[in-house]
Design a binder for this molecule. Structure first.
Ligand SMILES: Cc1cc2nc3c(=O)[nH]c(=O)nc-3n(C[C@H](O)[C@H](O)[C@H](O)COP(=O)(O)OP(=O)(O)OC[C@H]3O[C@@H](n4cnc5c(N)ncnc54)[C@H](O)[C@@H]3O)c2cc1C
Length: 406
């Protein structure tokens, strides 16, 4: 257990060294999907274990290091600097292993938890479907019906990240017919070697395939799995999904801050190296505006994220604050990387710097885990509700007081 502040700061600094000195130099190799990439990733994973940096945030009882939530929040900021670092440091499975630990039957906890946390197997999550607007998951069509003691699953999902390399997919299915939509869905574990689990294709995203992920379209063709593959009680899919996503969004946002920091460093260094029209780029006011705007956005996003994290740490569900940071963070990382690319000129668009890949990943952030507009709608509705029928309103000062008094 990481006990005092000095200690977690030391760990943060070790993780930063690991990411910068071990993961950055391997990124080109890791971006391919060949044997060399797999071997390199295995080497990095082993090195992280040797340095005691593996699975820092996973609970101790499932093989992690049990780092307290608020300390682990800051670790994500340095892990986030490289897309590959999550897997190299064994943090990629955190959301899924916590979900299994809390909701899976003993059979599946025994079978998957240890190898999952140890990085021997990979999880995947199947909610989004090609044929319905999955921003509104009450429309999902994939169904699971109980026949005897087996679930029979039929439907089609896409954007199941990492499906081809995963041991299983946790699939969101409609299991209840005559109840309101939010109680009609359940999550069911489907091992990817099930004969009815058919990968149809990989969908390249903004021209990218490769790396350890990949996004897959999957057909569920009369998939039969035991009844005990259900996570939690029937009809609780949305509740479990919310539990999976809440703290996960804080970690996402901290990792985006890591990406933004990397782009910001690259941008500021480049401004001191490049000269045009008789002066360094650093001396041009328009370039200085890039530095100013990026500083404002990073600082604002960071403070909002830490505020949301502190609320979660104190037991609040922080639904509004998490909605805010998902939108502000995704736009911030996109804007900062975009400015860094502009500063690099044509070179920024090539693969000679990491910016081009970082930019493409940043664009995804405004869509996955709910598009911006869905979070904007949900935050605004929650706030407006407080003003309905002469309600108490939304007092920003009082929200702050919550943190001070709890
Ligand atoms: C890189 C990446 C990885 C992903 N990984 C996974 C994964 O592992 N598993 C998984 O299940 N899914 C995954 N997804 C899918 C992702 O969660 C969905 O794309 C997302 O929930 C949106 O659903 P949709 O694509 O069907 O968009 P739609 O629901 O069709 O929405 C399209 C657009 O409509 C607009 N819109 C929607 N609702 C509203 C509203 N209320 N008000 C105003 N405008 C609105 C938004 O602009 C939105 O972008 C991933 C996506 C990406 C990009």
């Amino acid at each position: 257990m990481v006990k005092d502040k000095k200690n977690w700061k030391e760990i943060r600094s070790q993780v930063k060294d690991f990411v910068e000195n071990e993961v950055y130099p391997a990124e080109k190799i890791l971006s391919k999907r060949d044997d060399e990439a797999k071997k390199k990733m295995q080497e990095l994973m082993q090195l992280a274990k040797n340095k005691s940096l593996w699975a820092l945030g996973h609970p101790k009882d499932i093989g992690g290091q049990g780092m307290p939530f608020m300390e682990y929040v800051y670790i994500n900021e340095v892990i986030g600097r490289s897309e590959s670092a999550m897997v190299a440091l064994g943090t990629h499975s955190l959301q899924d292993s916590i979900m299994l630990r809390e909701f899976a039957s003993k059979t599946w906890r025994d079978k998957y938890l240890k190898p999952l946390v140890n990085g021997e197997i990979f999880p995947s999550f199947g909610m989004t479907e090609p044929d319905v607007a999955s921003s509104d998951p009450t429309q999902l069509k994939t169904s699971a019906q109980l026949e005897g003691n087996e679930w029979v699953i039929n439907g089609k999902k896409w954007f199941t990240s990492g499906a081809a390399g995963a041991a299983y997919t946790t699939v969101m299915c409609r299991t209840e017919m005559d109840v309101p939509s939010h109680g009609a869905f359940s999550m069911i574990i489907v091992p990817t070697d099930n004969p009815g689990y058919k990968i149809i294709r990989e969908t390249p995203v903004l021209g990218m395939i490769g790396g350890h992920g990949g996004h897959y379209e999957v057909e569920y063709d009369n998939v039969r799995v035991p009844e005990e593959n259900l996570l939690g009680p029937r009809g609780q899919g949305f509740i479990i999904a919310q539990r999976r996503l809440g703290p996960g969004r804080i970690f996402h946002c901290m990792r985006w801050l890591g990406q933004a920091q990397r782009a910001f460093d690259l941008m500021c260094r480049r401004l001191h190296e490049r000269e045009a029209f008789g002066t360094l780029l650093a001396e041009k006011q328009l370039m200085q505006k890039f530095v100013f705007d990026s500083t404002c956005e990073i600082q604002a996003s960071r403070q909002l994220t830490l505020d949301a994290a502190k609320r979660i740490d104190k037991g609040d569900d922080a639904r509004i604050e998490i909605g805010l940071i998902k939108v502000v963070g995704a736009q911030m990382v996109h804007n900062v990387i975009d400015r860094a690319i502009q500063v690099y000129g044509a070179k920024g668009l090539t693969d000679d710097t990491p910016l081009s890949a970082m930019y493409r990943h940043a664009r995804e952030a405004r869509i996955y885990d709910g598009p911006d507009e869905v979070h904007i709608q949900s935050v605004a509705r929650r706030i407006l509700k407080n003003y309905q029928d002469n309600g108490s309103g939304w007092d920003f000062g009082e929200r702050d007081a919550y943190l001070e008094t709890n």
